[in-house]
Design a protein around this ligand. Structure first.
Ligand code: SAM
Length: 249
């Protein structure tokens, strides 16, 4: 079997034109509406249709940039039903942008399914890069960025303990997403499974209440317990030291 190959006629990119029958995966801001590329705005202004994880949220972004385009929803609970409809539109020659709730589609967001469907149908896919919460958190964490592992959300129940056990031996910096309701519980479990480690907890990145708490996990936990946990969180955890023989406490 020969490998599949995407070649897209990108002319004329400076006019913001899009190629018919192409899926654009467009990264959008993770909070601050100004964190979007010129190219993303051009593509969103030019496509025939925008498939959005949260149409209300995307409308706020589109209104901010005076973009008026038809939208359809595409989220994890309707992706299997919606993807074939979108593929039909792409086959008819419509151009389509896929945007997630925030950040880069496909990063802990639905996109994988439609990407696979496009590949099966020979439909070209073009990435329009931009923000992703894990990159912003990692670069301000103060922890090594040369090698890291992104794990997205930990499993909620089944496999959680096993995953924590595996990650406790990971030497690369570990990046996780977490909700405000579980952030303290998760950090507590990490402290038990990994032992004392340096962490950075990045909250509400690019937003009004952006906050990064760094330090040994016990102290960071104490700090976070002082007030209610609100907003969106990324956890960045120091990898296990190469010389560490100590078992987690
Ligand atoms: N596709 C997104 C991306 O590229 O980052 C991630 C989507 S995932 C469903 C949502 C999670 O990303 C949140 O629960 C949180 O862990 C993280 N996140 C998104 N925006 C964030 C922000 N502004 N500050 C901190 N974490 C954020």
């Amino acid at each position: 079997m020969s490998p599949s190959k995407d070649t897209v006629d990108r002319e004329p990119p400076s006019k913001g034109a899009v190629v018919p029958g192409t899926l654009y995966l467009v990264a959008t801001p993770i909070g601050n509406l100004e964190d979007i590329t010129h190219r993303a705005v051009k593509v969103l202004s030019s496509v025939d249709l925008i498939a959005a994880e949260d149409t209300r949220k995307t409308k706020i972004l589109l209104d901010h940039y005076a973009i008026s385009k038809p939208m359809v929803s595409y989220f994890s609970y309707n992706e299997r039903h919606r993807a074939p409809q979108l593929i039909e539109k792409l086959k008819e020659g419509q151009s389509l942008a896929l945007v997630s709730d925030a950040g880069t589609p496909g990063i802990s967001d639905p996109a994988f399914h439609i990407v696979q469907s496009c590949l099966e149908s020979g439909i070209p896919i073009v990435p329009i890069p931009g923000p992703s919460a894990f990159v912003s958190a990692l670069i301000v964490s103060g922890l090594p960025t040369d090698r890291f592992v992104f794990e997205g959300f930990l499993p909620m129940k089944k496999g959680r303990k096993t995953k924590l056990g595996i990650l406790s031996t990971e030497q690369r910096t570990i990046v996780l997403y977490e909700s405000p309701h579980r952030v303290l519980k998760t950090l507590g479990e990490i402290r038990i499974a990994f032992g004392e480690r340096n962490v950075a907890v990045a909250r509400e990145l690019t937003k009004k209440f952006e906050e990064i708490v760094r330090g040994p996990i016990s102290l960071v936990l104490e700090e976070l317990q002082r007030k209610p946990t609100r907003g969106e969180y990324v956890l960045v955890i120091e990898g296990r030291s190469k010389h560490s023989e100590a078992e987690p406490s």
